[in-house]
Design a binder for this molecule. Structure first.
Ligand SMILES: *[C@@H]1O[C@H](CO)[C@@H](O)[C@H](O)[C@H]1NC(C)=O
Ligand SMILES: *[C@@H]1O[C@H](CO)[C@@H](O)[C@H](O)[C@H]1NC(C)=O
Ligand SMILES: *[C@@H]1O[C@H](CO)[C@@H](O)[C@H](O)[C@H]1NC(C)=O
Ligand SMILES: *[C@@H]1O[C@H](CO)[C@@H](O)[C@H](O)[C@H]1NC(C)=O
Length: 537
């Protein structure tokens, strides 16, 4: 870990606006059915049923082709007309689900939460329709919890995680209790807890009892080396937003999925749509054929180093770099930082800030080729990314040459470059949509709770919270983003099916594939530069 901060130090909270990054890659070549394939299987299954239905009806009743039938669903007064040509399977007769919005009048007590306590998809999971398999990166849930796989998590281990935690969160009987230990930077903790409350609204009655400790500071702190000995205690289970190769912190989706009110970054669900629309504005080939980056260079040395690659009188490294002035932009209403209008270059650079950065998902969503400066941290989804498939790796210690080569390669392999940009934005749009963010939380918490060796209790100094107690007293962006990201009705289907853990062979194969791709790219780069050097340019 570089300049590993003591979390109690003052440096701990002040960093970054665009903290950025993650770590190496993992992949998707392993076993398991891809979501696309399972969708295909499910669709095929439905088609077969529908097909059988149509042909039986045709045999029995030839008039069916000439008439329309009318189906009245019990809750609706207006009859629905369904064409017999496309009969819907009986279970899919859609009535719009009842919506539960915030009730903010009067006193905000937890008693006002009228949200249903049980899920609409029933208790018997065996009756659920088949769900697609979760994206490949869900397999890392097993890896992140592996340190406790054989011992379980004792209360003693949990209490040790309190040392750096900002809060303890308990879920008992479907209710949420928070015991706060120390303030977090900005509203990270608030929107993280908000996200957990929304998870309970999406899957009411489905989230098991648990207690967890959450640390909102950027850098992971549970050093694996401290728990490697035969007689070492088990590591404290500590949730946070990112991890690295040396640590055992459990990674969890960051606050920005529900909104980052201080810098006007709205909840992910609507931002994702804007990014998709934004991509349509300029075709890849018509974009500026350079690598673009905009952010705060002051948060990390490596970013200041990157600034040397900016275009200048002496050098053309194919990079166009800009310093983000958050203070000025906050005064100007963030017009210049509108993420959906930052997709105007063929290449976008991602570089870590003080640790991982929440900006990675916005950069990957652009349809541009992401030039990924070698990261040291990972967050919950970045381990699903593959070099040369979702991004192009850039060397950390010779950034300018690496960027120049990457842009040169892309501009001379236009189709392949576009494919990389497309694969990344599809990954973000499909595998990182909000439903999967919730499903990741669902599976992580479910697996985590199975490891607990004690009965979760309501912490003595904790306060019960619900969406109303959090949102109603707030105003401005905070209120706006909470209202927008509120889950308004329980999910009608179960979460995606959790993929199995990697076995050692497939785990190794995935790592090896990433490694060898990166090595190949490095070889091309070296070849390019030795040729350039020889021709004296
Ligand atoms: C809110 O609760 C407080 C204390 O329980 C009470 O004094 C006050 O009248 C209540 N306000 C409303 C609007 O109900
Ligand atoms: C990079 O160069 C461009 C063009 O000269 C300039 O507008 C921009 O401010 C420079 N960026 C930084 C961070 O100096
Ligand atoms: C609860 O809070 C009080 C006062 O802040 C403190 O003295 C006490 O130790 C806390 N109890 C627990 C179980 O944390
Ligand atoms: C090309 O020249 C630069 C500058 O002299 C040097 O740093 C770099 O290692 C050389 N690259 C290769 C592949 O020869």
């Amino acid at each position: 870990m570089r300049n590993s901060p003591s979390k109690n130090g003052s440096g701990g909270h002040s960093r970054n606006f665009t903290d950025a990054f993650w770590s190496p890659f993992v992949n998707k070549s392993g076993a398991g059915i891809s979501p696309n394939r399972s969708y295909a299987l499910v669709s095929l299954f439905i088609l077969l049923i529908v097909g059988a239905f149509i042909s039986t009806r045709l045999l029995l009743d030839p008039t069916v082709l000439l008439e329309k039938e009318t189906v009245t669903s019990p809750t609706e007064t207006k009859p629905q007309t369904i064409s017999p040509k496309y009969p819907r399977p009986p279970t899919v007769i859609t009535k719009s689900p009842q919506e539960f919005i915030l009730h903010c009048s009067g006193n905000q007590t937890t008693g006002r939460n009228s949200y249903p306590a049980t899920a609409s998809f029933g208790d018997d999971d065996s009756k659920l329709p088949p769900t697609p398999t979760c994206p490949e990166y869900f397999r890392w849930i097993h890896e992140d919890l592996r340190p406790w796989a054989s011992t379980g998590i004792t209360r003693e281990a949990l209490e040790r995680a309190k040392k750096t935690a900002n809060f303890r969160l308990a879920i008992v009987g479907g209710k949420v209790y928070v015991e706060k230990f120390q303030d977090a930077f900005q509203t990270r903790d608030v929107f993280t807890i908000w996200g957990l409350l929304q998870l309970l609204r999406k899957y009411p009655g489905k989230i098991p009892d648990l207690e967890l400790m959450f640390d909102c500071v950027d850098w992971p702190v549970v050093r694996a080396a401290d728990f490697a000995g035969v007689n070492s205690p088990s590591p404290p289970p500590l949730f946070r937003y990112c991890g690295n190769e040396e640590t055992l912190d459990i990674v969890f989706p960051d606050w920005s999925f529900w909104g980052w009110s201080e810098v006007n970054i709205k909840p992910w669900e609507s931002l994702l749509k804007e990014l998709r629309e934004g991509n349509k504005r300029t075709d890849w080939v018509n974009r500026e054929p350079y690598a673009y980056w905009k952010g705060n260079p002051l948060v990390a040395e490596t970013r200041q180093d990157l600034m040397k690659c900016n275009v200048s009188e002496e050098h053309e490294w194919n990079a166009r770099l800009y310093a983000q002035d958050w203070i000025r932009e906050s005064k100007e209403g963030y017009k210049q930082s509108d993420l959906a209008s930052q997709c105007h270059h063929r290449y976008k650079i991602y570089i870590e800030g003080s640790a991982w950065s929440v900006s990675e998902k916005y950069i990957l969503a652009c349809d541009s080729v992401t030039l990924l400066v070698k990261p040291h941290y990972y967050d919950f989804f970045t381990r699903g990314l593959l070099p040369a498939h979702h991004y192009w790796p850039v060397r950390e210690h010779d950034k300018c040459r690496s960027i120049k080569f990457a842009v040169h390669w892309g501009n001379s392999h236009i189709q392949k470059a576009q494919d990389i940009g497309k694969a990344a934005s599809e990954f973000i749009q499909e595998e990182l949509k909000m439903d999967y963010v919730y499903d990741y939380m669902f599976h992580l918490l479910t697996e985590y709770s199975k490891l607990l060796q004690f009965k979760p209790e309501i912490p003595l100094n904790a306060t019960e919270i619900c969406s109303e107690t959090m949102a109603c007293p707030r105003s401005g962006n905070e209120r706006k983003f909470m209202t927008e990201s509120l889950v308004k009705h329980p999910a009608e289907t179960g979460p995606c099916a959790m993929p199995p853990p990697y076995d050692p062979a497939s785990f190794y194969a995935v790592q090896k594939r990433k490694q060898s791709t990166a090595t190949r790219i490095l070889q091309w780069e070296m070849k390019y530069w030795s040729k350039q050097n020889q021709t004296g340019s």
